[in-house]
Design a protein around this ligand. Structure first.
Ligand SMILES: Cc1cc2nc3c(=O)[nH]c(=O)nc-3n(C[C@H](O)[C@H](O)[C@H](O)COP(=O)(O)OP(=O)(O)OC[C@H]3O[C@@H](n4cnc5c(N)ncnc54)[C@H](O)[C@@H]3O)c2cc1C
Length: 455
């Protein structure tokens, strides 16, 4: 097998690395592509796209390989694999970073924090920059610095024709708009340029855990606490069991618990003040909030969601944290069978909500809370666990029906959620995306994703 103009690695079923190369983060995904084209740079990406078009091959595009639906890999077709393109070049003087399309957030935090800089990224270091950014990008810094896409300055894109374009506010602005939330529908992004901001490197951050029995009280307190919180304070709730991390006392491991993870993107002393009331609330099982390097904090959750475990997600935006919504959450959050299953809720708002709704393709700017119900089981538990854990996630989502905002973050949709893509955008944004899709990818070449059909 040969691709004209391609210098990367070509991996077919007879290659020793084939089984590793077709694996994605979600171990429940098991697809067998005909060819994996592991690109070394932008020219390889363009050559691979042209080859796929010419041979009428189904295309999957792989960034970090983290999408729960496993869209980074397809059966029979070609995977345009950017996993070897992980370089990050920080420019501290210009406060920007250029990031290749296969980089992970841990790569970005590592390089940018060397200069005391950061941009809004995901909360798990092994998540891919590309897929996360193209869907919007939520994380601890977003209330202060906006979504990841709000920090995107430019992207180098390989189109469905194999052409290399630069999209920015001044070049192909329609494409630039669509890339900021519209997912992998418009081309393969070979590199991104992001704005950076001073963050840390030492920040006040960490999680606090309370016993599961305290969930209603903690969530009611949390609701009031964050209503007054400064934009610098990013928080994520985690409901499940205490993960068996070395930093947590062993006798607490696997105990049902609610955690509030905090990160204050400002001076440590201000952060200490901002979290004081939370730390004093009730009787936490353990308080791990402390001044720590931002990059260390960002990697702190990596081992709680390992590659190869089996995952099934359900997600929705919420209208708010009413007493009723809290009661539903407390009722369902701990009813999973597997101790690894959990749910998480991000607190949005702040800078996210200050950007006009139509400035980018991320439509749900006014939503302050979402929930991800994450069913997890181990590969050798697949049988009944797959059914029971997935049923738990679906039942939890159903119970939340009265509290759903009518929108969902596109990056959280699983493979059985394809009918919900419109819900992620709303009619107006979806229509505009479909028109831009018709201009840049009229044949829907890039459809192995949360697809927007050209119109
Ligand atoms: C453990 C975990 C933690 C997460 N935490 C967060 C979080 O904190 N914040 C958040 O916003 N999201 C989070 N997510 C969701 C995440 O945004 C999505 O899973 C996202 O798709 C991951 O991107 P990826 O590049 O790793 O995915 P991949 O599976 O590689 O790609 C997903 C899709 O993105 C498109 N794509 C990928 N690379 C490119 C490219 N270079 N050019 C064009 N299209 C491309 C393709 O359509 C592909 O099918 C998390 C996911 C996981 C599994």
């Amino acid at each position: 097998m040969k691709i004209d103009g391609f210098r990367g690695q070509l991996i077919t079923a007879d290659h020793a690395e084939y089984d590793t190369a077709r694996t994605v983060w979600n171990g429940a995904v098991d697809r067998r592509p005909r060819l994996i084209a592991r690109c070394g740079g932008t020219a390889d990406v363009a050559a691979a796209v042209r080859f796929a078009r010419c041979h009428d091959l189904e295309i999957a595009v792989r960034g970090g390989g983290h999408n729960v639906a496993g869209t980074a890999v397809c059966d029979d077709g070609i995977v345009i694999d950017l996993s070897a393109m992980r370089a990050v070049w920080a420019d501290p003087a210009g406060r920007t970073a250029r990031v290749q399309g296969g980089a992970l957030w841990g790569d970005v935090d590592h390089e940018t924090q060397a200069h005391g800089l950061a941009t809004t990224g995901g909360i798990v270091g092994h998540t891919g920059v590309a897929g996360l950014t193209l869907g919007g990008g939520i994380g601890f810094l977003m209330r202060k610095h906006g979504l990841t896409i709000d920090n995107l300055l430019a992207a180098e894109v390989v189109t469905a024709e194999g052409e290399i374009l630069r999209a920015s506010a001044d070049e192909h602005p329609d494409l630039f708009w669509a890339l900021r939330g519209g997912g992998g529908n418009f081309g393969v992004v070979a590199s991104f340029r992001f704005a950076l901001h001073p963050v840390g490197p030492t920040v006040m951050a960490g999680p606090l855990f309370w016993a599961a029995g305290d969930t209603v009280d903690v969530l009611r307190f949390y609701r009031d606490f964050i209503s007054e919180a400064p934009d610098e304070l990013g928080t994520v709730i985690r409901l499940g069991t205490v993960p068996p991390l070395p930093v947590i006392p062993e006798d607490l491991h696997w105990r049902p618990a609610i955690a509030v993870a905090c990160c204050y993107a400002g001076a440590v002393e201000d952060g200490e003040r901002a979290v004081r009331a939370l730390r004093r609330f009730g009787s936490p099982l353990v308080d791990l909030l402390a001044p720590m390097p931002y990059a260390v904090f960002q990697g702190g959750f990596d081992d709680t969601v390992l590659h190869g475990w089996h995952y099934y997600w359900k997600a929705t935006d919420l209208t708010g944290l009413s007493d009723d919504a809290i009661a539903v959450i407390a009722d369902h959050a701990y009813a999973a069978t597997s101790a690894r299953s959990y749910s998480a809720m991000f607190h949005l708002g702040g800078a996210v909500a200050r950007i006009p709704r139509d400035a980018t393709a991320y439509a749900a700017r006014d939503v302050a809370h979402n929930i991800i119900i994450d069913a997890v089981w181990l590969p050798d538990e697949s049988g009944d666990h797959a059914a029971t854990e997935s049923a738990w996630a679906r039942g939890f989502l159903k119970a939340l029906q009265p509290h759903r905002a009518g929108s969902v973050y596109v990056n959280l949709l699983d493979s059985d959620d394809t009918a919900r893509v419109r819900e992620a955008y709303g009619d107006h944004t979806y229509q505009r995306l479909a028109e831009i899709k018709a201009k840049y990818d009229p044949d829907n070449t890039f459809h192995h994703n949360k697809n927007i059909r050209p119109s």
